[in-house]
Design a protein. Sequence first.
Length: 163
Amino acid sequence: MGLTGKPAARDLTRQELATAFAVHPMTITKWEAAGLPVAARGSRGRASRYSLPAAVRWFIDRELAARGGGDAGAADPVTERALLDRARRVDLERRAAEAAKALIPVAEVEQRWGAIATKVRDRLLALPARLVSRGVAHADARLADAEIRAVLEGLADEGARVS
């Protein structure tokens, strides 16, 4: 409001503010219910007036708070300390679980599973020769060899797609 009791030149009506924000006038009504500052409350036959700078500040603070950024979203020192303590506790629990071998590093798991997969592959590839040594016909052993190789190649292809 100006010194004369009339709205200052920068105060806007609901419609003007809606135009400035490129929103529907009903959105301004909803924002007002959510805390949008009103420069001058209207009454019958007189529209409410809004300060554009105050409305912009309110909108920015609201958006920052909704996104967890800016001063509006800053936590107080007690909350910050609690978050830091929790992060430290989680890290200590992870380290303790690793020390107790409840957790195994990914590289170690990959190494062990790789060694197991290699042994399985080698034993499967040796199977046709073992079959021949037990009296199975060479043709049947070659058929088994082809099937084993096809399965191993299929598994290798699936593993390549997963990795």
